[in-house]
Design a protein around this ligand. Structure first.
Ligand code: NAI
Ligand code: MG
Length: 351
């Protein structure tokens, strides 16, 4: 059956990198129908809102949504609902994409660009599964309050329910089955109640339904340390919204460049996923043909794998990106002089 992909190019380098995604799609010749909509600053300028109701409806009706990047100085100081980022949060919420997959893979041709020594990162292949729509970023009560003694208090609530924990743990276990089968669950159960519940529920789900998964638990501060000490000990890391935000950024720096890292946000099985490179709109290089399209193209590979169920085509895209880089075609962020277009061409050729 024809799969529906909605492209949201967005702002800055977003349209440049999604343009190369289109070329890869054309070269693959899969049964995919591609639509496109305005998003972020581009949508604010044309439609007055960062994401229109119509675009949200189209996203929910698609099989997968691939976003380029949003944001830029033009919209940075606007009220929140007139900011591009508000569109992204609205879309994530509407799509209920609670499991954020962020791979940190180190291409051996680029191991010297890592923040760590080559031998520590060569062959690195970690998959983060970060809870994306709960925890301390969303918990209520929240706010800044005036106290009677003239002090003010900033307040956030860190909370998770069993169902929120179990659904994201299930996503991690299912994913790990197709990898090494090893999952490390990360929290601070020694000092946080939601962390303690997290540990108990993750272990319970493993014991009840996933006997073949090799599950370990680690405290988040130790994990931060282990990621720079011996990152190759990890395969799949399951963690909450807050720790996942930080630990996956830390791990991104082990791999070399922002321009190479894709991500996926998944909801209930069968519902559309939201795919995007982890980088932003890069206003400093936008419009100059300097952006690396690899992160966006690898995001397409994740969409093909997780939303279209075509593991073979996903692997083909990933190998083509790796081959293009190994063949010496590199944009500036990974030490070369190729343009966005040339990088896209090399990837299409490897396909
Ligand atoms: P950024 O990721 O856009 O850029 C950081 C640095 O990395 C820049 O020097 C940029 O040139 C470089 N870079 C990023 N992607 C690249 C690529 N594909 N190829 C080559 N070089 C690349 O982050 P920054 O500068 O903090 O934010 C710029 C704008 O993007 C802001 O408005 C921010 O809010 C937005 N942003 C949007 C995100 C999204 O759409 N999900 C995520 C992060 C930031
Ligand atoms: Mg972050």
């Amino acid at each position: 059956m024809t799969k529906q992909l909605l492209l949201l190019p967005g702002d800055g380098i977003g349209p440049e990198v999604t343009g190369q995604v289109r070329r890869v799609l054309d070269a693959l010749d899969l049964d995919i129908e591609t639509g496109e909509a305005l998003f972020g600053g581009a949508a604010i300028d044309a439609e007055g809102v960062p994401v229109s109701d119509e675009t949200v409806a189209r996203a929910l009706a698609a099989d997968a949504v691939l976003m380029g990047a949003v944001g830029g100085p033009k919209w940075a100081n606007q009220p929140y609902d007139k900011r591009p980022e508000a569109g992204l949060l609205r879309l994530r919420e509407a799509m209920n994409v609670y499991a954020n997959l962020r791979p940190a893979r180190c291409f051996s041709a680029l191991a010297d660009a890592s923040s760590l020594k080559r031998e520590l990162v060569e062959g690195l292949d970690i998959m983060f599964v970060r809870e994306l729509v709960g925890g301390v970023y969303f918990g209520k009560p929240r706010g800044i309050e005036e106290l009677p003694d003239g002090e003010r208090r900033g307040l956030n609530t860190h909370q998770y329910t069993t169902s929120e924990i179990r659904r994201v743990a299930r996503a991690a276990f299912d994913l790990a089955k197709g990898r090494s089968g090893r999952v490390c669950s990360v929290e601070k159960s020694n000092v946080m109640e939601a962390g303690l519940l997290w540990r108990e529920e993750v272990q319970r789900l493993r014991d009840q339904e996933y006997p073949d998964i090799e599950l370990s638990h680690m405290l988040a501060d130790n994990c931060a340390m282990q990621l720079v000490k011996n990152p190759k000990q990890f395969d799949t890391i399951l963690t909450d919204n807050l720790f996942g935000d930080m630990l996956s950024d830390e791990a991104a720096m082990l791999t070399g460049s922002l321009g190479l890292l894709p991500s996926a946000a998944l909801g209930e099985p069968g519902k559309p996923g939201l795919y995007e490179p982890i980088h932003g709109s890069a206003p400093d290089i936008a419009g100059q043909g300097l952006a690396n399209p690899a992160a966006a193209i690898l995001s397409l590979a994740m969409a093909v794998r997780h939303s279209f169920g075509d593991e073979r085509a996903a692997g083909r895209i990933e190998r083509a990106v790796e081959a293009a880089i190994e063949g010496g075609t590199r944009t500036r962020d990974i030490g070369g002089e190729a343009t966005t277009e040339q990088m896209g061409s090399a990837i299409v050729q490897s396909l």
